[in-house]
Design a protein around this ligand. Structure first.
Ligand SMILES: C[S@@+](CC[C@H](N)C(=O)[O-])C[C@H]1O[C@@H](n2cnc3c(N)ncnc32)[C@H](O)[C@@H]1O
Length: 234
């Protein structure tokens, strides 16, 4: 029997979704009542809450896709410098000038610096086959300065609304979700010092009045997503 995936470079699978990425994402997220920008800005607010991040921080958006997180970073932290990496060149072509700024966005790892203060993987690991995830974390964390932080945002498979979203989002059809413990183990195996794990994104728009409670719910494994934070040894 022929294995249809044999030889397929899954890292570039997002080329096929690049032009319609945000429309597909919006469709997948419709149960939340929010647009893609809400989730990107939520992650930036989280970074501001947990890390010393400001206009002087050097940020790497690893698996940046069409630049949603980069744009939110530049919108909420004016003056910040963001570089991005993604193997999907078609996605990189979709990055708007306001997300790009003066940053370098590349599909070539060799173009990246090796002194970023913070590297972020937002919704990336579940698109990478399990046996390749550790190597991806090594690629990202080796670009950090000593003491720099790696932050992984992932969908939480324990949340039923998240699972529904993933099941109905066109570009998530090959996704393999990972629990926060798996992410923590992977990060520790990469040599990072684990600092924090928080569950995030609890309430859909219809319950937005409750959202001010979310920062206090980081311990509760029902969040729609989670963040794991590690630092590179000095
Ligand atoms: C769901 S998108 C998330 C994009 C972006 N981080 C965001 O928050 O909008 C997942 C991205 O991971 C990228 N990706 C897939 N394999 C990768 C790898 N080995 N290293 C880095 N990025 C990868 C895909 O090309 C895609 O752009």
């Amino acid at each position: 029997m022929v294995d249809k995936n044999m030889g397929k470079d899954t890292d570039t699978e997002f080329d096929a979704y690049a032009k319609d990425y945000n429309r597909s994402l919006q469709y997948g997220l419709r149960a939340s009542g929010e647009m893609p920008d809400y989730f990107a800005e939520y992650k930036v607010s989280y970074l501001i809450r947990r890390l010393e991040i400001g206009p002087d921080s050097r940020i790497l958006d690893f698996g940046c896709g069409v630049g949603n997180l980069s744009r939110a970073l530049r919108r909420l932290i004016p003056g910040i410098s963001v570089d991005g990496y993604d193997p999907s060149m078609a996605s990189l072509e979709q990055i708007s000038p306001d997300a790009r700024g003066t940053g370098r966005f590349t599909s070539n790892l060799a173009d990246l610096n090796t002194d970023y203060d913070i590297a972020v993987l937002a919704g990336v690991l579940h698109h990478i086959r399990p046996e390749k995830r550790a190597a991806t974390l090594v690629d990202a964390s080796s670009r950090l300065c000593p003491g720099g932080s790696l932050v992984v945002f992932e969908h939480n498979p324990l949340n039923p609304l998240t699972r529904h979203t993933v099941d109905t989002c066109p570009f998530d059809k090959d996704a393999i979700l990972l629990k926060s413990a798996e992410t923590r183990n992977l990060m520790a195996a990469t040599g990072l010092i684990l600092v924090q794990r928080d569950y995030i994104v609890f309430f859909p728009r219809v319950f937005s009045a409750l959202r001010s409670l979310e920062p206090a719910l980081g311990w509760c494994p029902l969040g729609g997503q989670y963040a794991v934070l590690g630092t590179r040894k000095r």
